[in-house]
Design a protein around this ligand. Structure first.
Ligand code: ZN
Ligand code: ZN
Length: 427
């Protein structure tokens, strides 16, 4: 238990701030904000960090906030929390449920909900930041807490990086982040290597030559071309990747024409790709482009297809050394409540931040589901029905032990680099 001694010291302060933290959480849950609009959240975060002595830079990439606390010689550790909510109408029945709506750029009213649990991330990061500031004797080095906008849209991390993040804060030696997931609250899981998939959504416009449905000889039919592309694309994963390399390619939309006897000018395909490493990702994206261009040529299309990336999330591949150090620290602190976690098909833009510094990183999951309810669901084989997942209108992490666990995981993780035992190990 040696490595957790510093964590126990820091976490000794948790009893004194728990009620305040839970109040903050319920308030934040009731006041969700969509990506790049997290103004209320960001200002409350910045104000608190300043109160606790952090050097705060705000407004990075619109609403990003970074707090830096220097505490002597030692490594610099960056920990990140995402702040944004989702356009989901909350149906949890919680007393602090969101009733917030907002109007998007097109004037459409949208419901807003913390349906991915980013409110737990912000709350846990603040609790951790406060405890660390109150226990400078328990650690040494520089602590950076980063609150990121717009994770759900996949553009928040890049917005901060593009706004000069790398020149505005100290270079981290390691970067860490966590996500609440539908596992039993109290559980913390980390894995080495691939953890979250890369996600790329493409819009492909195929060009033909419109004409009369009775005279296809004078036209180039983009409907047939699109159909051939959809079929051909099914061979990318099944025929070009090894059975041991996971990837998903889904065509989610195909649109062309509006009339039975008119050959339209163009067809539009929307597709989504999930891969787990950069090599497979570029291989699949290159194959899509090759297939679509070749089918267009084969159809005698008058114009090259247009291929646009709509959204893009990098793969989250945990550094082996960082993940190993985290796993040891978590096991020392949480015992049987820490372990490994399976590969997730969800995606994250967190890794864009460490990549901007060329820093190693790891990302872990912690549970938010009522442990008893989860155990019942497992024994009844009804986990899929009874345990709401992230993005569901019913997603409602239990306040405790979720928040305590999230605070403890951040503390244990940070001290694996900043704690006295870590310093000895590094020599
Ligand atoms: Zn999400
Ligand atoms: Zn999320």
């Amino acid at each position: 238990m040696t490595i957790s001694s510093g964590a126990d010291e820091v976490l000794g302060g948790l009893d004194g701030i728990r009620a305040d933290l839970e109040d903050f959480y319920r308030d934040l849950h009731a006041h969700p904000e969509l990506g790049l609009a997290e103004r209320r959240t960001a200002s409350r975060v910045a104000e608190r960090l300043r109160d606790w002595g952090y050097r705060v830079t705000d407004g990075i990439g619109t609403t990003g906030v970074v707090g830096v606390l220097a505490n002597g010689d030692g490594p610099t550790v960056l920990l990140r929390a995402d702040m944004d909510a989702l356009p989901v109408r909350e149906d949890t029945g919680l007393p602090y449920a969101s009733t917030v709506t907002t109007t998007n750029a097109d004037g459409v009213e949208l419901p807003v909900m913390h349906a991915c649990g980013h409110d737990t991330h912000v709350t846990c990061m603040l609790g951790f930041a406060r405890l660390m500031a109150a226990s400078p004797q328990a650690w040494q080095g520089t602590l950076t807490v980063l609150f990121q906008p717009s994770e759900e849209n996949g553009d928040g991390a890049d917005a901060m990086v593009d706004d000069g993040l790398a020149d505005r804060i100290p270079r981290p030696d390691v970067a860490l982040a966590q996500h609440v997931l539908p596992y039993p609250a109290g559980y913390v899981g980390v894995r080495s290597g691939s953890f979250l998939s890369a996600a790329d959504s493409l819009r492909i416009t195929l060009y033909g030559r419109g004409g009369h449905g009775s005279m296809p000889q004078f036209a180039v039919d983009p409907v047939v071309l699109a159909a051939l592309c959809v079929v051909r694309l099914q061979t990318v994963v099944s025929r070009e990747l090894a059975a041991t390399t996971p990837a998903v390619l889904t065509v989610g939309s195909i649109q062309a024409g509006a009339s039975p006897n008119v050959i339209p000018d163009s067809a539009v395909i929307l597709l989504n790709v999930r891969t787990y490493d950069e090599t497979t990702r570029s291989q699949v994206l290159d194959a899509i482009e090759r297939c679509v261009r070749a089918e267009s040529t084969a159809s005698n299309a008058p114009k090259e297809p247009r291929i646009e990336r709509i959204t893009s999330f990098p793969a989250t591949v945990n550094d082996a050394d960082v993940a190993e150090r985290l796993a040891k620290a978590f096991t020392a602190h949480f015992g049987d409540d820490a372990g490994t976690i399976e590969l997730q098909t969800a995606s994250e833009d967190f890794s864009s931040i460490p990549r901007a510094f060329d820093a190693p990183f790891a990302y872990w999951g912690f549970g938010g589901a009522d442990p008893e309810k989860y155990a019942d669901a497992v024994s009844n084989n009804t986990v899929a029905e009874d345990i709401p997942v992230n993005h569901s209108p019913h997603f409602a992490p239990v306040t405790q032990p979720t928040l305590d666990t999230g605070v403890a995981a951040l503390t244990v993780a940070a001290l694996a680099w900043l704690g006295a035992d870590a310093a000895e190990k590094q020599g």
